[in-house]
Design a protein around this ligand. Structure first.
Ligand code: SME
Length: 160
């Protein structure tokens, strides 16, 4: 693979996604509509995405599945469990290059056996409280890197 071309393509795709989201969500205040639209725009622009969706945080330190695109997802995840739950606890983005080789105690929750790598990004509101995590899975190993992290964190600042 030509890495430079690949990185350029990724950046171009994210810039297009950002442009579309700015246009689509400029006057939108509804959180669910924003989440649903972000899923659709990301999945349309980034060919390595297999599953994309939000897990919404509730007061009992549990995550419940929100808007998503892809195969049927696990509906409930406790804070601290799997990659999504660990990001909900740490409030820091996590990139997993190979979900099959996670250490004990930080297992990937296998909702779909086709998932090979993933990125999970925390979502904050204006008060800097965690409201959700964005979970993106790929059927490719090592699909996600700092480029994804930077663009996704920027895109998700729309909730603040
Ligand atoms: N990736 C998650 C589980 C959710 S599904 O992949 C949709 C995790 O291990 O937290």
């Amino acid at each position: 693979m030509n890495t430079t071309l690949y990185i350029d393509q990724k950046t171009t795709n994210y810039k297009l996604a950002q442009k579309q989201l700015t246009a689509l969500l400029a006057n939108e205040t509804d959180v669910i509509l924003k989440m649903a639209t972000i899923n659709a725009v990301l999945k349309q622009n980034l060919p390595y995405i297999y599953w994309v969706g939000f897990y919404i945080s509730n007061q009992n330190k549990k995550l419940s599945v929100g808007p998503y695109q892809g195969t049927v997802a696990c509906m409930h995840i406790d804070y601290g469990k799997g990659v999504c739950g660990s990001v909900a606890s740490s409030e820091k983005t996590k990139i997993v290059k190979d979900v099959t080789t996670l250490a004990e105690g930080e297992e990937h929750i296998t909702c779909d056996p086709n998932s090979r790598s993933e990125i999970v990004v925390p979502v904050f509101n204006k008060q800097q409280q965690l409201i959700a995590v964005l979970d993106i899975d790929s059927e490719e190993f090592s699909a996600f890197d700092e480029i994804d992290q930077n663009f996704l964190e920027k895109i998700l600042s729309i909730f603040q």
